[in-house]
Design a binder for this molecule. Sequence first.
Ligand SMILES: Nc1ncnc2c1ncn2[C@@H]1O[C@H](COP(=O)(O)OP(=O)(O)OP(=O)(O)O)[C@@H](O)[C@H]1O
Length: 309
Amino acid sequence: MASDYALSLEGVSKYYGDFAAVQDLSFRVPRGSICGFLGPNGAGKTSSVRMMLGLSQPSAGTISVLGGEGAKVLDRIGFLPEERGLYRKMSPVDMIVFLGGLKGMKASASRKKAIELLTAQGLGEFMYKPIKSLSKGMSQKVQLIGCLVHEPELVILDEPFSGLDPVNQQGLEDMIRDLAKRGATVLFSTHVMAHAERLCENVVMLTKGRKVFEGTLRQARERAPRYLELEGALTREQVTGLPGVSEVIDAGAGEEGACRWRLRFLPGVTPNEALKTVLVGGLDVRRFEAHEPTLHDAFIVLTNGGEPT
Ligand SMILES: Nc1ncnc2c1ncn2[C@@H]1O[C@H](COP(=O)(O)OP(=O)(O)OP(=O)(O)O)[C@@H](O)[C@H]1O
């Protein structure tokens, strides 16, 4: 029976000399899912991706890709590297036919697919012009289409959103969703949490080569503290005494001389009890706002601001 996982890493480490770029990394990506591979600069994302593809060998541990090893299943993988590079004098169609050929596609089949995908991505009028006449966003789309032309089962995208404007970022998000809809597995690396928040079921977070989190978006957000902001004629003593409060931060002056307090809560405690006490107790509150943590909040906590915990 085929494995339920498109990608599986077990105890993987990568040393460059004495320096450990990746340490004891284990995680799995279910088939047909979109996985965000998250971490600050230098976390070890690219080093890990290169090992998944068989472009470099792990110093320790094992990697299974589509039931085999990266180098053996390369034809079933689509890869967008962080460093982009296209032949500037070639046209998008010829470039994509060339890239399809590297994956064993016949020129007639890849040409048909290239025209179809370029047209769908709004590049119809540029498909026979030299790539050097395209904008950066357009070139990036061409490179992405080049890595998808052979309809790979697993798509690995290293920092695919970097250098794209918001409209092209949105277009790329749509392309990633479409890939998953047709059954492909997508893993993309990024340090911008908003993309992962919109796209992923599961995320893996790395810091300084070590995994600090693996799980669903909801599980990640639960790791960040919630907070409640209260504005009114309230003293620090009054808000500190509310149920479940772990920390009180002065958030500056509110309107008409009111105080603004930001309250953090003990792990697992919701702000509900504190709010009830405020309202039932008749405290002078003019405004309140409960803040649900975002993936960005979770990233800051889980990566300890980029330092290992
Ligand atoms: N070939 C190499 N030789 C020595 N050190 C390397 C090599 N490649 C990467 N490193 C180091 O390993 C660490 C992880 O780098 P890597 O490129 O994997 O991180 P990353 O998470 O992809 O970072 P970024 O988001 O900045 O691209 C960094 O400290 C980097 O300097």
